[in-house]
Write a protein that binds this ligand. Structure first.
Ligand SMILES: O=C[C@H](O)COP(=O)(O)O
Length: 318
């Protein structure tokens, strides 16, 4: 992980002055999407890079110790050994960036990784994920429990009511308290952008979350009607850039929700490279939050290596 973001005092004047130019954002997002994906000979390398940036996630009502165990094994070995060997990457420690589970499944994940002698981080969603509609004390307690169970990364959700009604001071105070409850665990703040109404609000919420000490800002829970989109990402990464320019603190970015294809993962890498530069293309500053993306990435790597597409049973899934 990168150095922590200590946050700053809340600068309400800066927040109120923000106006996002929607047309310019949409144009930039279109431009990024039209960028050429890496040439064929580099694609396997880029896809492997994408795999190492995934927070491999399961956030389902029917999660059990056994599917969390499988998820952990998949995170440790995200791409089949023989494929990695053909790419000369079998001894390079290729894993996903983390696994991400509900608080009640943290001990299962920690136990499974420990049993496999892996130091892969366990991230947990908390604070009443996905809606955040529980009392503040309950949300804080959830963070503390996940941390004491062994999560070293906490994905909190913001209180959308506060963001939608412009109560930035109250939102800042809540996030500050979550940051304190996280202790040494790094905090990713989920904005649930699909529910914030406008790009200007997304920028404001991003800035408030960073001022309150978020180590990452994350687009979505994956449970909203609209999740990670490229235009909204442009707004968030520009806020990250502005925050870096004014404070010197690098905050990470995590698009999440609905990211399913290898091709999309390459667009996300391009977007980060173009907007924030190569420094941000590392697990300390960029994650792809996804439950089913890895399957397509592995399938495309199989295709690059063998020239054929794998049958379903040939690639063990998480
Ligand atoms: O934080 C990660 C998201 O919940 C994953 O969403 P997804 O299931 O659409 O990939």
């Amino acid at each position: 992980m990168s150095p922590r973001n200590p946050g700053t005092t809340l600068d309400l004047e800066r927040i109120s002055k923000v106006r996002v130019n929607t047309q310019a954002v949409l144009k930039r997002a279109q431009f990024i999407q039209r960028q050429k994906i890496p040439k064929k000979q580099w694609q396997a390398a880029w896809l492997l890079k994408a795999a190492t940036l995934i927070d491999l996630t399961t956030l389902a009502g029917d999660d059990t110790a056994s599917n969390v165990h499988r998820l952990c094994l998949k995170a440790i070995q995200p791409v089949r050994y023989d494929l990695l060997k053909k790419l000369d990457m079998h001894d390079k420690g290729v894993t996903t960036a983390a696994v991400c589970v509900y608080p009640s499944r943290v001990t299962d994940a920690v136990g499974a990784l420990k049993a496999a002698d892996s130091s892969l981080p366990v991230a947990s969603v908390a604070t009443g994920f996905p809606a955040g509609q529980t009392p503040l004390e309950t949300r804080l307690q959830e963070v503390r429990i996940a941390v004491s169970d062994g999560a070293t990364e906490i994905d909190i959700v913001i209180n959308r009511m506060l963001a939608i009604t412009g109560q930035w001071e109250a939102m800042y105070d809540e996030i500050r308290q979550f940051r304190e409850a996280c202790g040494p665990a790094h905090m990713k703040t989920i904005l649930a952008v699909g529910e914030l109404g406008s790009f200007t609000n997304v920028y404001r919420a991003s800035m408030v979350a960073m001022m309150a000490g978020s180590d990452f800002i994350k687009t979505s829970t994956g449970k909203e009607a609209v999740n990670a989109t490229y235009p909204v990402a442009i707004v968030m990464v520009r806020a990250i850039r502005d925050y870096f320019m004014s404070t010197g603190h690098k905050v990470g970015f995590k698009p999440a929700g609905g990211i399913r294809t290898a091709e999309e993962s390459l667009v996300w890498l391009t977007l980060i490279k173009e907007e924030l530069g190569d420094d941000w293309l590392c697990p300390g500053l960029f994650r792809l939050g996804a439950s089913s993306l890895l399957a397509d990435i592995e399938r495309q790597i199989y295709h690059q290596v063998t020239g054929q597409y794998a049958a379903y049973h040939e690639l063990p899934m998480a």
